[in-house]
Design a protein around this ligand. Structure first.
Ligand SMILES: Nc1ncnc2c1ncn2[C@@H]1O[C@H](COP(=O)(O)OP(=O)(O)OP(=O)(O)O)[C@@H](O)[C@H]1O
Ligand SMILES: [Mg+2]
Length: 465
């Protein structure tokens, strides 16, 4: 019997060892009669693993680089095999999930591979991952994209909406983070959507301590421009908030997550949204909120939600970061800027909820019903005053032109939360942001005189805010 030959430890291949050659009973192949040749099938990459197609070779190279492990080749073959199956049997809009290891997932489509890297974020309905898009048949370098996986048909709806859009100019594309492609995962009953990769969402922004307004204004201006564009297209986004607004690789802004977007309708409809960002004019009363019924979300509701975003996702994040940097205590101010949460007593029936809403109409700008709590927003004029006072605390640390930009942005936050939808337009927001970006620089003289006026307002270290 043949003895197995020993392989170096590192080799994981299974080999059939050569048989012993010097057996005298074996026929002598030198003298054996020749047989007519049977025609052989042409060898192809798929029928003979020793013939490697350029695509397989490319996949192997990429996987070797990406995953330097003994399993990398097997995975590359696996990916290639899946791709061939899809190419033969699948549809161009289908993908197959090939493997999941070390937190990495590989999806294969007829023409592309997507290998996930780190998580980009998580929403209520999906997970987003930074991933490399690899086109095995081309020499293109892998492209970094964001891959969103969703269990629902939301992505297909979003993609269908994206297909109906004709942009007013190509530069608007950057401002709308629509799906580039959507693939169905038949075995998983899910979809993956491919998007341009952004740095983070607005909530993930780290503010520059010296120029926080100059940093964020162009991002917000791009977002307002994006809002103008979707208005032009007759679309309402219906879920504007910091987590759905993105900061691009070029430090611009882009509107993401069109999962709830709809073509403008004049009819009232059942509302899906993030309640904290909802305009009061969407519903008639708190019970419409509770039962998510009879609402109307149009483009002015998007503009109102943009105003709430400035409050909750820009100022409520920027100011504590600055305070932390300059060692200023703004705890009390922040408590005033943020809404109050009040627990809902299970005994409160619909009648009581209506009474509460009426009674506190004067005290709060709006009361948002969540199943477990009421979120009570303080009057917007009060919030504005608190923000302006907080900005003043940075006098002496941040130059006055920058402070003016911050204050102008605070005023815009106030104006965009107008209770009359007729006063709300994305074009107005963009115009205001434009003029803040272009605010003229102060002369040295003006700068010194403002610093002198405000110097007395800087609290001493011991004074409390
Ligand atoms: N293109 C992108 N670039 C970078 N990060 C992204 C991108 N798209 C999404 N993200 C991140 O992933 C998170 C979740 O994505 P998304 O908002 O699209 O999911 P969702 O489930 O639809 O969210 P929601 O809870 O609003 O319904 C975002 O909040 C953001 O942090
Ligand atoms: Mg989202």
């Amino acid at each position: 019997m043949a003895q197995p030959i020993s392989l170096p430890r590192s080799c994981t291949l299974s080999c059939t060892p050569p048989t012993a050659l010097s057996n005298s009973n074996e026929p002598d192949l030198e003298t054996a009669p020749t047989l007519p040749r049977t025609p052989t099938k042409p060898r192809t990459a798929s029928s003979d693993p020793s013939l490697v197609s350029p695509a397989t070779e490319r996949v192997k190279q990429i996987f070797k680089q990406a995953l330097p492990s003994p399993e990398a080749l097997a995975k590359a073959q696996n990916a290639r095999a899946s791709q061939q199956i899809l190419a033969e049997k699948g549809s161009p809009t289908e993908a197959s999930q090939v493997f999941v290891t070390w937190g990495t997932t590989c999806y294969v489509t007829q023409e592309r591979l997507f290998v996930t890297e780190e998580k980009a974020g998580k929403g209520s309905a999906s997970e987003a991952w930074f991933a490399n898009e690899i086109k095995p048949l081309t020499a293109d370098e892998p492209r970094r994209i964001v891959l969103k996986r969703s269990a629902s048909s939301q992505l297909q709806r979003e993609n269908a909406l994206a297909q109906t859009i004709t942009l007013s100019s190509p530069s608007k594309r950057k401002k709308l983070n629509f799906t580039e492609a959507v693939f169905h995962l038949p075995e998983e009953k899910a979809c993956i959507g491919i998007y341009e990769a952004c740095q983070s969402d607005l909530n993930g922004l780290t503010y520059s301590p010296n120029t926080p307004a100059s940093q964020v204004l162009p991002i917000l201006r791009d977002i307002a421009d994006g809002l103008c564009e979707i208005t032009r297209q007759g679309i309402a986004h219906c879920d504007i908030k910091g987590a759905n607004l993105l900061v691009t690789q070029e430090d611009g802004g882009s509107i993401g997550d069109f999962g709830l977007a709809r073509r403008k309708s004049t009819q009232r409809h059942s509302t899906s949204l993030t309640p904290q960002y909802a305009a009061p004019f969407i519903w008639e009363n708190i019970l419409d909120q509770k039962y998510r019924r009879n609402g109307y979300q149009g483009q002015s509701a998007d503009v109102f939600a943009f105003g709430v975003t400035l409050q909750l996702d820009v100022f409520a994040r920027m100011l504590p970061q600055l305070a932390n940097h300059y060692q200023i205590d703004i705890t009390n101010k922040m408590n005033a800027i943020k809404p109050l949460d009040r627990a809902v007593d299970p005994k409160w029936n619909d009648q009581i909820l209506l009474k509460i809403e009426n009674k506190y109409r004067q005290n709060f700008q709006r009361i948002i019903y969540r199943p477990e709590k009421l979120v009570c927003f303080k009057p917007i004029q009060y919030v504005l005053t608190q923000i302006l006072e907080t900005i003043d605390l940075f006098q002496g640390h941040i130059n006055s032109q920058e402070m003016d930009k911050m204050k102008g942005l605070a005023q815009l936050m106030h104006d965009l939360q107008d209770e009359d939808p007729k006063n709300l337009s994305a074009a107005m927001a963009m115009k205001r942001l434009d003029s803040l970006i272009n605010l003229p620089e102060k002369t040295e003289e003006e700068e010194t005189s403002t610093t002198a006026v405000h110097a007395s307002a800087i609290p001493s270290e011991s004074s409390s805010v």
